[in-house]
Design a protein around this ligand. Structure first.
Ligand SMILES: Nc1nc2c(ncn2[C@@H]2O[C@H](COP(=O)(O)OP(=O)(O)OP(=O)(O)O)[C@@H](O)[C@H]2O)c(=O)[nH]1
Ligand SMILES: [Mg+2]
Length: 195
């Protein structure tokens, strides 16, 4: 799969605005500020494709990007930001539930986890959600440049151990230090291959 021709398709704030549900797509989910948009930009080598925010919780839209005809990446709105008003939190929950329940083209979830935090309760709930729907999941432990080697290896080990009775895989990633791009693309290529 080549990522060079990626382009923005559409943003959805409401359930009826999702891109057509055809082909295969991979969703990126994670806490606010975990580095979802940055990871999409890094993997596709397109700075500024997905908007990177300094204000956590800013992306409240589902953003669709097309890699090739019927092959998409999806940037989901982040969770876990304490200052989000209850009304927005409820809207987020309803939109995510709808997306995961109806989306037939969804093949797998790339779960973005800040390596300094490790897997949290909401991340684990997200993995359970996706596994219950028989989809694949891969964890990117982002901002690995912020940890030394032994700490990053420990987080990777702990994450793998936490997922050991599932098919969930995990790796270290850093957009800033260009760590893990090829490994992430290899997983995504496998998921996107096929009819
Ligand atoms: N050091 C370092 N910082 C990173 C890395 N990836 C992302 N960041 C920083 O983390 C912050 C959040 O990145 P985003 O990509 O906007 O995170 P997000 O998960 O899309 O955030 P929301 O859309 O608000 O949920 C930004 O200030 C990024 O520059 C990385 O690999 N290393
Ligand atoms: Mg974002």
């Amino acid at each position: 799969m080549t990522y060079a021709h990626v382009k923005f398709v559409t943003s959805a704030a409401e359930a009826h605005q999702l891109a057509p549900d055809v082909g295969r797509e991979i969703a990126f989910a994670g806490r606010s500020n975990s580095g979802k948009s940055t990871a999409i930009n890094a993997i596709t080598q397109r700075a500024g494709l997905a908007r990177v925010s300094r204000t956590p919780g800013r992306t409240q839209l589902i953003n669709f990007f097309e890699l090739a005809p019927d092959r998409r990446l999806v940037d989901l709105p982040g969770y876990g930001f304490a200052k989000v008003p209850e009304k927005i939190r409820q809207h987020w929950l309803a939109l995510m539930e709808h997306y995961f329940n109806v989306r037939e083209s969804l093949v797998g979830l790339v779960l973005i986890v800040d390596s300094r935090r490790g897997l949290g309760a909401q991340d684990a709930a997200m993995l359970e959600w996706i596994l219950a729907r028989d989809r694949l999941a891969h964890v990117l432990l982002t901002k690995a440049d912020k940890l030394n080697r032994s700490d990053s290896q420990r987080v990777l080990r702990e994450t793998k151990a936490a997922c050991s009775d599932t098919a969930v895989t995990a790796q270290l990633f850093s957009a800033h230090s260009k760590i893990g791009f090829d490994e992430a693309r290899a997983v995504m290529d496998r998921w996107l291959a096929g009819a």
